[in-house]
Write a protein that binds this ligand. Structure first.
Ligand code: PDD
Length: 278
């Protein structure tokens, strides 16, 4: 399938960006990852709302209106045979002489879009759950922006790989933040808990969705600071993201979470998610 770069549809090997692009030089840009099921971009409006918020946060000029973004996604999907896949969108501040501050004369943002092959997590992961280790959150204080400056997330995920686990669970000042590229959920005393939406986590598109699914299933949901102790004593842990959907975390730092198997609250939320993507 073809990729989109600054107004053109190209083969991926033909798509070239200047070495002076501020995305390359400074990580000065934002992105979105939208899952597509049976040709339909799931929760597209919510993803595009977040893209708008990320651009506004970095004061990067909005390259398209909403209809333009939807059209781009449709055009990318029209150029692939994949029915279930990922739409990746990225906007950087554009190409300028290397200088930290924003270019004084406005430059056109670099707009990139591609379809990536993707398959939902295999049945084995859904049935058995995932393993994780806890690590200190060493990222910056604007984790709410979906920025391509992902070094902190990259280093965090590599710690998981080095420890031969699936994901990290990060803590800042003794409180849960999120995974390397996932939101983390805690079940305690029959309640679903998530850290508050603030500058310390990315508000996943599944953050709002999990709240809806919990409400539908009659599971009380609380968004509040969650201590390390509460995580260690959780009945269930789970994670969510565009690519991992909703999966249980059944072991943390080598110890079983709850029974060590995906729990009943996970099963209910997972069933709700499956119904939405069907
Ligand atoms: N990551 N937190 C972080 C740091 C993330 O990078 C992501 C998503 C999430 C979950 O957000 P959502 O539900 O909108 O996918 C939370 C994407 C998938 C990525 O970087 O590939």
């Amino acid at each position: 399938s073809q990729v989109y770069l600054n107004g053109e549809f190209l083969r991926v090997d033909e798509a070239k960006v200047s070495v002076l692009d501020r995305g390359f030089i400074f990580g000065d840009g934002i992105y979105e990852v939208v899952p597509v099921y049976q040709g339909n971009a799931f929760r597209m409006a919510e993803h595009l709302n977040r893209l708008d918020r990320s651009l506004a946060a970095l004061r990067i000029a909005q390259p398209f209106d909403r209809a333009g973004w939807i059209d781009l996604i449709q055009q990318l999907l029209a150029r692939t045979k994949l029915e279930t896949c990922i739409v990746y969108l990225q906007v950087t501040r554009g190409v300028a002489k290397r200088d930290h501050q924003f270019p004084s004369t406005p430059v056109a943002p670099t707009v990139f879009g591609m379809i990536s092959a993707w398959a939902p997590p295999p049945a084995a992961q859904r049935e058995r759950g995932l393993s994780a280790i806890s690590i200190p959150d060493e990222r910056w204080l604007h984790c709410e922006i979906k920025s391509v400056s992902l070094l902190g997330n990259v280093l965090a995920k590599q710690q998981a790989v080095d420890a031969q686990v699936d994901e990290v669970v990060q803590f800042r000042d003794g409180y849960l933040t999120e995974g390397s590229s996932t939101n983390i959920w805690v079940v305690s005393g029959g309640k679903l808990l998530a850290p508050p939406k603030n500058n310390l986590i990315l508000e996943g598109i599944r953050y709002g969705l999990m709240g809806e699914l919990a409400a539908e299933a009659g599971i009380p949901f609380e968004s509040r600071p969650i201590s390390r102790e509460e995580v260690e004593q959780a009945d269930e842990l789970m994670l969510s993201s565009a690519t991992k959907e909703v999966l249980a975390i059944v072991s943390l730092d080598g110890k079983p979470v709850g029974t060590g198997k995906p729990g009943p609250v996970f099963a209910q939320l997972r069933a709700g998610y499956d119904a939405r993507i069907a």
